[in-house]
Design a protein around this ligand. Structure first.
Ligand code: NAD
Length: 256
């Protein structure tokens, strides 16, 4: 039971982040939703989640591509017991054609943001004597695919950062782990389908089964509820000695 804990989930107005925030809220944690958009519907999403689960849910705008805004998010949240670094973007292109601005944005949002939020949240966790940091990496944090250089580099980077965070907090009741999802059907993945259809000259269903789920032996997408459940487990007392490691939720992808 996470009642009384405050969870901040970056990039949580859709997809995996929202799914994780919802499961943490269902487990009793107060939650802070985040994105860079600051639309009425983002605030409404938090209101609805609070109403649905009975916890306090707020929305705080912060652009995870900017270090100062990452740190301001943690400050504005006030107290952070559970930090979920989830915000992430993707771009698919060969290295020699990879747009430099996309490389920089992916490294900033998918990797450096976790450094800034973690640095800002650790003093409070140390003072409170409890903390959970959960980084959403990817199967691409453990293995590679062509045309995803920035993403694979950032995700391998965050797995390394997870280990260092765990070592620096090892003697306190603070843990840091990375969840490595395989393919989860979210807007991020949906957006890759047209590109993959073009690259492989295939229809939608073929791209899904033969390209995307080709490396996911279960041939099923993971769900945001399953990822939320994994985050709840990592936040529980049962996971107190699990730190500095990765948990794959990938239908067997990285077992291949
Ligand atoms: P999504 O596009 O549905 O969600 C991405 C979230 O990040 C959104 O809430 C968006 O608002 C937010 N975001 C993007 N740029 C931001 C910025 N500059 N500042 C603040 N927030 C920003 O994607 P998703 O699939 O839910 O992905 C969430 C995380 O899971 C990412 O880190 C992604 O790499 C990882 N992941 C996804 C899959 C998958 O199959 N969907 C697999 C492995 C890992």
């Amino acid at each position: 039971n996470l009642a009384g804990k405050v969870a901040v989930v970056t990039g949580s107005n859709s997809g995996i982040g929202l799914g994780i925030a919802r499961e943490l809220a269902k487990a009793g944690a107060d939650v802070v939703l985040n994105s860079f958009t600051d639309r009425d519907e983002d605030h409404r999403l938090a209101e609805d989640l609070g109403r649905e689960t009975g916890v306090s849910a707020r929305y705080i705008k912060a652009d995870m591509s900017k270090g100062a805004e990452c740190r301001a998010l943690i400050e504005q949240a006030g107290r952070v017991d559970i930090l979920v670094n989830n915000a992430g973007i993707q771009h698919v292109a060969a290295i020699d054609e990879f747009p430099v601005d996309k490389w920089d944005a992916i490294i900033a949002i998918n990797l450096s943001s976790a450094f800034h939020t973690t640095a800002a949240a650790l003093p409070g966790m140390r003072a409170a004597g409890w903390g959970r940091i959960i980084n959403i990496a990817s199967a691409h944090g453990l293995t590679a695919s062509p045309f995803k250089s920035a993403y694979v580099a950032a995700k391998h980077g965050i797995v390394g950062f997870t280990k260092v965070t765990a070592l620096e907090t090892a003697e306190q009741p603070i843990t840091c782990n990375a969840i490595c999802p395989g393919y989860v059907l979210t807007p991020l993945v949906e957006a890759q389908i047209p590109d993959q259809m073009k690259t492989h000259n295939m229809g939608r269903e073929d791209v899904i089964r033969k390209v995307m789920l080709e490396r996911q032996p279960s041939r099923e997408f993971a769900t945001v509820e399953e990822l939320g459940g994994t985050a709840v487990f990592l936040s529980s007392d049962a996971a107190a000695q699990i730190t500095g490691t990765t948990i794959s939720v990938d239908g067997g992808w990285t077992a291949l």
